[in-house]
Design a protein around this ligand. Structure first.
Ligand SMILES: [Mn+2]
Length: 337
């Protein structure tokens, strides 16, 4: 997910506080956002690698599965649903650190003696012991790279691959407006350190399963437009997933195709999924950054960045959820947020 509009205020990274915590503690928790993406996982795995290289114990904990597009990253299988012990210090990456946004049992964060937030979402607030919040940063992976360089921690080829994956994810493979000269230079440095940009681009952006490709076809057939074409949307039912023999992961990039339609300023993909509460409609939003997808999704308890965000609707049937969300999006567009 990218943040398109850099803030004007320069943020001073709290490198010294982070170094002090790394020196003081021995066991570390690393968590990121629900529905983790390449930046969440890439930044967490690189930080884990760095901590391990300093003979520390570190676990990336995620209650949500690693998406198939990230299952090429070194050590992705080290990600656990629960650590073997309560870690002393917690790193919260790529999310605002509030219970609905963190993909981990929240008591692990609450019971950590020291909590460090590293995020680039505009909606994040300084709620922990150390808060490095910088919405001008294209990716948290770029922040972790800066941290490792500042602390003179050796970046192995595996760590470089994870960091480049994160930067590539959040810049749309260096195509979004957050693709700064600095992030292109950092990408060059990471390739020099052993990252493989061809593998990353293919895995993140091109490769999809047979079922996911069929599901994409169904979504494109079902695409609708509202607001004179300014809003494009598609709703994938559970039956669509069955017909395509696709799983949840199969639909991740579909919304970008809806966004690519000429004249579309906002695109919405709705998916009929289920959780312990019953129907949980997953909603992905892409839009012109001025329309602030992050604020739109925040109204529904979700989050993200100005051009890309998401949320879930619970306690409503899928049909009702679709009507509710599409109507709200139309109103949002007309209000010209
Ligand atoms: Mn990110």
């Amino acid at each position: 997910m990218n943040s398109a509009h850099p803030t004007t205020e320069a943020v001073t990274p709290p490198f010294d506080s982070i170094l002090a915590a790394i020196e003081k503690y021995q066991t570390f928790l690393i968590v990121a956002h629900v529905g983790p993406d390449g930046d969440a996982i890439g930044s967490a795995l690189a930080l884990r690698g760095a901590l391990k290289s300093l003979d520390k114990e570190a676990w990336m904990v995620s209650s949500d599965a690693v998406p198939p597009s990230c299952r090429f990253l070194p050590d992705w299988k080290s990600i656990v649903a629960n650590p073997p012990t309560q870690p002393q210090c917690a790193f919260i990456l790529d999310c605002d650190g509030t219970p609905p946004r963190v993909a981990a049992p929240y008591h692990l964060i609450e019971n950590a003696r020291h909590k460090i937030l590293i995020d680039h979402h505009r909606t994040a607030q300084p709620i922990f012991d150390v808060n490095w919040i910088d919405p001008s940063q294209p990716a948290v992976s770029l922040m972790i790279f800066a941290l490792l360089r500042h602390l003179k921690i050796h970046v192995s080829p595996d760590m470089a691959q994870c960091l480049l994956c994160g930067i590539s994810t959040d810049t749309g493979n260096f195509r979004f407006s957050n693709t700064t000269p600095h992030c292109l230079r950092a990408a060059g440095d990471l390739v020099e350190l052993g990252a493989d940009p061809a593998e990353i681009a293919f895995k993140l952006f091109d490769e999809r399963s047979f079922g996911a490709t069929r599901l994409l076809g169904i979504a494109l057939q079902k695409m609708e437009a509202e607001c004179d074409g300014a809003l494009t949307w598609a709703a994938l039912t559970a039956a669509d997933f069955d017909a395509a023999q696709a799983g949840d992961e199969g639909s991740e990039n579909v919304v970008n195709f809806l966004r690519s339609v000429r004249g579309a300023r906002m695109a919405i993909l709705l998916r009929e999924r289920f959780d312990e509460t019953g129907t949980a409609t997953r909603v992905s939003v892409r839009c012109d950054p001025e329309l602030r997808a992050d604020l739109f999704c925040q109204k529904f308890g979700g989050g993200g960045h100005a051009p890309a965000a998401g949320f879930r609707v619970r306690h409503k049937s899928f049909v009702d959820s679709v009507a509710y969300v599409v109507q709200s999006a139309g109103a949002w567009l007309r209000e010209q947020h």
